[in-house]
Design a protein around this ligand. Structure first.
Ligand SMILES: [Cu+2]
Length: 146
């Protein structure tokens, strides 16, 4: 290989690495800033669908929307109920307290969800969306307090 061809080969591989990095980053995970925007959208959508704010419900509500749990972090009293609801139209979601040894919930279609009584031990618990925790980083956190 001539020196010129060698330089060109190095340049080409650097260009490929840069191109891959550029396209791979946004597909891998949603940034925290994007999640805030998504959760604002989820609040608006909830109000359109149900005629009230999520915070006006008698139980704490966690929306599953655009690969995000909203709110992503929540404090919950031990023994109280939390309602998970999917606000997407075409994507199914679940919630899964895997590290606490619980089974995954059903995979809910848009408008579906279920309530969970927070019977987990006091402290912080991470939970996952079964289909989306790996690639989209759809992970939430609940702190159980007395
Ligand atoms: Cu999901």
């Amino acid at each position: 290989m001539t020196a010129c061809a060698q330089r060109r080969a190095v340049w080409l591989s650097a260009a490929i690495v840069a191109a891959l990095a550029g396209t791979a980053a946004p597909a891998l995970a949603v940034t925290p800033e994007e999640r805030l925007e998504i959760c604002k959208e989820a609040s608006t959508r909830y109000k359109e669908l149900y005629g009230k704010e999520m915070s006006e419900e008698p139980v704490q509500v966690i929306a599953m929307y655009k690969y995000t749990f909203c709110p992503t972090k929540l404090q919950v009293k031990k023994g109280s109920k939390v309602r998970f609801i999917n606000l997407d139209k075409r994507t199914t979601h679940s919630y899964w307290f895997r590290d606490a040894g619980r089974p995954e919930s059903e995979r809910y279609f848009g408008g579906e969800g279920s309530e969970m009584t927070m019977d987990l031990p006091e402290g912080s618990h991470t939970y996952l969306c079964g289909p989306h925790y790996e690639r989209e980083g759809m992970i939430g956190s609940i702190e159980v307090v007395p």
